[in-house]
Ligand binder design. Structure first.
Ligand SMILES: Cc1cc2nc3c(=O)[nH]c(=O)nc-3n(C[C@H](O)[C@H](O)[C@H](O)COP(=O)(O)O)c2cc1C
Length: 337
């Protein structure tokens, strides 16, 4: 790993100033372990379907990846990790947050947060509290609530988010609003050493990276999704709530998800309200869609990905991708020394 560090990543003992996004259905224990092993901070992600049981299973995966390492050492078994949860899903399983806090994570991210009552509980176990924000005003609210790590997440990003501002202008505004009061990470389209260098040069303490790591073998990404990711270009992606409507998921309307466009998206992206309607034909279609989702049939169900998806050209291990991020960003930033 090249010596690419910010004061924040150094404080955390990271070799590269990257936090891997807590991608539901992608960022399991093995993935988080590979990220942390490579010198960044790996997060286990529980999406809106998360539960205490599912989190416990991924914590076991993290542990066993630590134990089975050929070069298992005290250092390897003590790798830091974090956990990411979805705020509006917490009521469904009150034990989920308890389980997360009991696991001794270095950082707990609660995304799509409607309030900050959870921050004190995260601090009580000695972990850093993180959340994603979409406007400078939200960044101020988060900093006022003592959130330690504020992730400025631009509309380029994959998965769910409020697509209000592009990453660089949001980062700029968030740094202006709260720089120095909280750690600020940049998210959304940071998919190479180039974009990592850009956000670090702009003053971010690090980057929060999702899409660029999705196709790695350590991720829980279904095999059926990898060819979609490798074939897509950034202009193939779109923000839509169509799949959530078809699955009957109660995602707040302000959080559509960025997905790779397919025939379903072409047909329904502008007719989401219709998809939420009732009738035998719609019920039948929603049942078919739900079954396709369980089966990982991406001819029908779109794959989440951000605009950086066009840079994914091969299935590569997490460590190789993160090494390249650090090496390329270092080389670019070094040109200005
Ligand atoms: C497949 C996928 C699943 C995601 N799931 C979650 C999630 O469960 N919780 C969350 O806070 N963010 C989730 N996100 C959003 C990420 O935290 C982050 O905002 C995004 O990946 C950053 O943009 P990028 O994908 O361009 O790197 C997800 C993103 C992707 C691509």
């Amino acid at each position: 790993m090249t010596g690419l560090a910010t004061p924040w990543s150094t404080t955390l003992g990271l070799g590269v100033p990257i936090v891997a996004a807590p991608m539901g259905g992608v960022a399991g224990g093995r993935f988080a372990h590979a990220v942390s092993r490579a010198g960044a901070l790996g997060l286990i992600g529980m999406g809106s379907a998360g539960s205490a049981a599912k989190l416990s299973a991924q914590l076991v995966e993290f542990e066993s990846a630590s134990r089975t390492e050929a070069d298992a050492s005290a250092e390897a078994s003590a790798l830091p990790f974090g956990i990411g949860l979805v705020h509006w899903g917490l009521d469904r399983d009150p034990e989920l947050l308890d389980t997360a806090l009991a696991a001794h994570p270095r950082l707990v991210s609660i995304g799509f947060a409607e309030d900050f009552a959870w921050v004190d509980r995260v601090h009580a176990v000695g972990a850093l509290a993180a959340t994603q924000v979409y406007t400078p005003a939200e960044a101020v609210q988060a900093a006022d609530a003592s959130v330690d790590v504020v992730v400025a997440r631009g509309s380029e990003g994959g998965g769910h988010g409020d697509p209000r501002m592009g990453t660089l202008s949001l980062l700029d505004a968030v740094l202006d609003a709260i720089g120095g009061r909280a750690t600020v990470l940049a998210a959304g389209g940071v998919s190479s050493g180039r974009s990592l260098a850009a956000v670090l040069a702009a003053g971010a303490d690090g980057a929060w990276v999702g899409t660029a790591l999705m196709a790695s073998p350590e991720a829980l990404t279904p095999d059926s999704a990898r060819p979609v990711l490798l074939a897509a270009t950034g202009d193939d992606t779109v923000n839509t709530s169509a799949a959530d409507a078809a699955l009957g998921l109660p995602w707040p309307e302000r959080f559509p998800e960025r997905v790779v466009r397919n025939a379903f998206v072409e047909e329904w992206a502008d007719r989401v309200d219709e998809l939420r309607g009732s009738g035998d034909e719609l019920d039948g279609f929603r049942a078919e869609f739900t079954a396709a989702n369980s089966a990982g049939d991406h001819r029908l169900v779109p794959v989440d990905a951000g605009e950086g998806v066009g840079l994914l050209r091969a299935v590569r291990p997490v460590g190789e991708i993160l090494d390249e991020f650090a090496r390329d960003a270092s080389a670019l930033l070094g040109r200005w020394r």
